[in-house]
Design a protein around this ligand. Structure first.
Ligand SMILES: [Zn+2]
Length: 283
């Protein structure tokens, strides 16, 4: 599933290609490709000029020269592809956005159809449907102190809180497992029991893990698309925990374990990530 680094890579790729272009036609080929909350049909945006390509967490949107935006979520397997207009049509193309250029068009391809586009109203530059989404760790306005305090208040496990897009956005299952492994925190630790030091370490780990993925992904937009298979992440990053069950932990050699988590799984090292609060040192 695309997480922040993948979505940011898509954003950069779109930005490099479509800024200043005008939308000349929007064709929808699957009913689920338009979000039911869309305030108007996608083709109502015909004629508008693309001012900027924005992202918050895993949401992407095109700011236009009108108050509506074109909002998108990639879901499980959605991709935006900048294609030559005469390029072969992909089997799972759900939406085609034609622009005022003969050179290329934008295609939304989505095998599993959990992704969608919508027309949304925006205020102060943020689409209404995205207002409840928290800032991500790379946002200049991201407030570590507030986010840590928010984590501490939650009566839930840290993995669940990490995935909560209203505390901090952009982290999905893969980068949650990787960040918790790097910070040596068990996914089922209670949020309220984490120390400030551990939370600090966790936020550093989130930034490090997603930053590394961004570096790999941000360089070659087209190349990345060839790597997309809808199941794994987009990038050839070295995973230390996610999907590594049965493999030795690259830090201590213990076998990485997998446990059930919310219809999915958590992967962790039972030796590096112990499910209890670290003992206070005796003074
Ligand atoms: Zn280990």
């Amino acid at each position: 599933m695309p997480e922040l680094p993948e979505v940011e890579t898509v954003r950069l790729g779109l930005e490099q290609n479509i800024l200043g272009k005008k939308i000349s036609k929007v064709e929808v080929f699957h009913p689920r490709a338009t979000n039911p909350k869309s305030i108007a049909p996608l083709d109502s945006l015909t004629g508008s000029k693309i001012i900027s390509v924005n992202r918050r967490g895993k949401f992407l949107w095109l700011e236009l020269n009108r108050s509506e935006v074109l909002l998108a979520h990639l879901g499980m397997s959605g991709q935006f592809k900048v294609s030559e207009r005469n390029a072969k049509i992909e089997k799972h193309m759900r939406v085609r956005i034609s622009l005022n250029t003969k050179a290329f068009e934008v295609r939304f391809i989505d095998q599993r159809t959990f992704g969608w586009l919508s027309v949304d109203q925006s205020s102060a530059g943020i689409p209404n449907s995205v207002e409840h989404i928290a800032l991500d760790i790379f946002d200049p306005k991201f407030n570590r102190k507030e986010v840590k305090a928010n984590f501490l208040q939650r009566k839930t496990e840290i993995k669940r809180a990490l995935l909560n897009q209203e505390i901090m956005s952009g982290v999905g299952n893969i980068y949650a497992d990787e960040s918790l492994w790097l910070a040596k925190i068990h996914p089922e630790r209670a949020c309220s029991e984490l120390t400030d030091f551990e939370l600090e370490l966790l936020l550093n780990s989130v930034a490090e893990v997603m930053g590394a993925a961004l570096k790999v992904g941000g360089t070659s937009f087209d190349e990345q698309y060839k790597n997309v298979n809808g199941e794994s992440g987009y990038f050839d990053i070295e995973l230390c925990a996610y999907g590594q069950d049965g493999e030795p932990c690259s830090r201590c050699g213990s076998e990485i374990r997998r446990i059930a988590f919310a219809n999915r799984s958590s992967h962790f090292c039972p030796k590096c990530q112990v499910n209890r609060r670290p003992k206070k040192r005796k003074v």
